[in-house]
Design a protein. Structure first.
Length: 285
């Protein structure tokens, strides 16, 4: 909605009569703002939805950008030097506080605070992806064996990470035990009888949490240079394991990578470390 609103503001009253050339010019304006290629694609996708809507309600007879696709190259390489150190992740975990509710007079309930801490622990100790976290079920957590079962991530014909069983860390045991026995029950009771769900992580209404919440949880109230992201935390954990000379195959199984090459992409050479230190500590920086 925000992306469509931005387009409307720039086009003014002529928005519903926009032509193919208008869309191209708009994308050019966005490109001039140095938006990430993924953001550009998201903006175009929003416009496609908007014009499909206009066609559906009869405001237009044609769609100006239905077949328009962008070819901006997305940088998929992992910039190891920009990842978080093991010490930074430990500090994040030890000092983390669930963000305050948008309403000034209300703060997060104890159940939400515990849930958010559990989410953070799964990011830092198991390096789970956002999808893996929100898809976890209660039965996947085995406190007696101190393990967590992660299902294979496969959707829409794409093969994601492999299924795997990971060990829970000692720091997590009491936290998860309290969450399951007390705090999750408080959230679960808010579900409607017809929508009973057995997801491990629940939202304020007792239902499956949205993936976008993890980004908000880690960024709310922080300055731009202090923001953490779920993906970067996962990448950092993997890179730190390799830096500690753990066997690549073991790290590959831990991360759920299907190919060894996916894991080796996180390795940093001594030259890369030296370059990173120079850029960070040089007096001219």
């Amino acid at each position: 909605m925000n992306q469509i609103k931005l387009f409307k503001e720039l086009r003014g009253e002529e928005v519903e009569q926009s032509k193919y050339s208008d869309i191209i010019n708009y994308i050019g304006d966005l490109r001039a703002r140095n938006l990430h290629p993924k953001s550009l694609r998201n903006h175009l996708f929003s416009l496609k939805i908007y014009f499909r809507y206009l066609v559906t309600i009869g405001e237009r007879s044609d769609h100006p950008c239905e077949n328009l696709n962008l070819k901006d190259q997305i940088q998929r390489s992992i910039i190891v030097e920009s990842l978080y150190s093991k010490e930074q992740l430990e500090e994040l975990y030890n000092t983390f506080e669930s963000p305050v509710d948008q309403r000034k007079w209300a703060t997060k309930s104890e159940s939400i605070k515990k849930r958010d801490k559990v989410i953070l622990s799964l990011l830092i100790f198991q390096a789970l992806t956002t999808t893996e976290i929100i898809e976890l079920k209660v039965k996947d957590i085995d406190l007696e064996e101190c393990t967590i079962k992660v299902k294979a991530n496969e959707s829409k014909g794409r093969r994601g990470n492999k299924a795997r069983t990971l060990a829970l860390q000692s720091k997590q045991m009491l936290l998860i035990n309290d969450y399951l026995k007390v705090y999750r029950n408080d959230l679960w009771k808010k579900q409607k009888p017809k929508k009973r769900q057995d997801y491990f992580i629940l939202n304020e209404n007792g239902l499956q949490i949205w993936g976008s919440y993890l980004n908000r949880m880690l960024s709310k109230g922080r300055k731009p240079h202090e923001i953490f992201t779920p993906l970067k935390i996962r990448q950092s954990v993997i890179a730190n394991l390799l830096k500690e000379k753990n066997d690549t195959r073991v790290v590959q199984e831990f991360a759920g990578h299907r190919r060894t090459g996916s894991t080796e992409a996180y390795k940093r050479t001594g030259l890369e470390e030296l370059k990173s230190s120079i850029e960070r500590l040089h007096p001219r920086q």
